[in-house]
Design a protein around this ligand. Structure first.
Ligand code: 3HC
Length: 283
């Protein structure tokens, strides 16, 4: 199946990045969120990223305009879904909401459309049950910041067909990312390793072993990470980290996945990282 029209649901930081790289690769993109200000915010993120590429001499001005022109902001779900060959959902990490959205997509998209979720760790198989085409439901998981990070996880749910995986692999190649095929499991591959590492760094801070700056410095200079785990926590969002740790804990029933109480406390205080201006650092 040939993909031409891509619909991205959720115009947050991930959705905007996904829409941008799809448009850059020549796809016609609809970017949908639940109200006008949210979609416009996503569009302005794309515009800012493209302007940065132009100012660095990495993209021509007309190419940037063409790219922006290829993204249509949409609020109406039916409008967003019609004509889509591929939908990539990047909304809130809540199973109940995702299932509702996938049930709507099943109604409003063409029968052959592939429905993907960018979930950080929720079950693709369970999301698929909200549709009558679980063979066409899969995970296409991007990393933040989407325009920079090379990897995409292509995740196979229990009922995802080989044909769907193969179409997704072709798509991932076209958007110039490197795809790895992963069988569904909590956290898939990257988050299963990365999120407990960040959680452990929060324990190191909470136990007074080292300061936030020194923890980050230690992993940058001692393990060659591009940024430290606490700076990365602020980038990913503490609420997302907590959701992922709690889902590991629920799924594995293993105490090694216990979210650090300091992480939970900070989320309760509304210190979610960059998006709220305050996390382990002030922005
Ligand atoms: N959007 C677009 N481009 C961006 C960007 C953004 N938000 N942030 C940085 N960039 C670009 C810069 O423009 C720059 O481009 P250039 O090389 O062409 O000049 C390049 O990235 C490097 O940026 P900087 O020099 O400003 O800063 P750094 O060298 O610190 O790099 C970084 C920034 C690439 C974000 C780097 O810090 C990094 O790799 N961090 C780790 C990111 C990571 O681990 N992400 C995964 C998070 S987990 C996840 O997303 C999964 C989810 O399910 C939880």
């Amino acid at each position: 199946m040939e993909i031409k029209n891509v619909t991205v649901l959720g115009a947050g930081i991930m959705g905007a990045g996904i829409a941008q790289i799809c448009a850059q690769a020549g796809f016609l993109v609809k970017l949908r969120d639940i109200d006008e200000p949210l979609v416009e915010k996503g569009m302005s993120v794309i515009k800012k990223n493209l302007t940065r590429l132009v100012s660095k001499g990495k993209m021509e001005q007309d190419a940037a305009e063409k790219c922006l022109g290829a993204v249509t902001p949409v609020v109406d779900m039916q409008e967003a879904a019609k004509n889509a060959d591929l939908v990539i959902e990047a909304i809130l990490e809540r199973m109940d909401i995702k299932k509702q959205v996938f049930a709507d997509l099943d109604k409003f998209t063409p029968k052959e459309a592939i429905l993907a979720t960018n979930t950080s760790g929720l079950s693709i198989t369970e999301i698929g049950t909200a549709t009558k085409r679980s063979d066409k439901v899969l995970g296409i998981h991007f990393f933040n910041p989407v325009p920079v990070m090379k990897l995409v996880e292509i995740i196979k749910g229990y009922e995802t067909s080989d044909e769907t995986i193969s179409t997704a692999k072709d798509f991932v190649e076209k958007i110039k990312k490197v795809g790895i095929e992963v069988n569904e499991a909590p956290g898939f591959c990257v988050n299963r390793i990365l999120i407990p590492m960040i959680n452990e760094a929060i324990y190191v801070l909470a136990e007074g072993i080292a300061s936030a700056e020194d923890i980050d410095q230690s992993m940058k200079l001692g393990a060659n990470h591009p940024i430290g785990p606490l700076a990365l926590a602020d980038m990913v969002g503490l609420d997302t980290l907590l959701l992922v740790m709690d889902s590991f804990s629920d799924e594995f029933k293993d105490s090694k996945y216990r979210a650090c109480p300091l992480l939970r406390k900070m989320v309760r205080a509304g210190h979610l990282g960059r998006k709220t201006g305050k996390g382990f650092y002030i922005y």
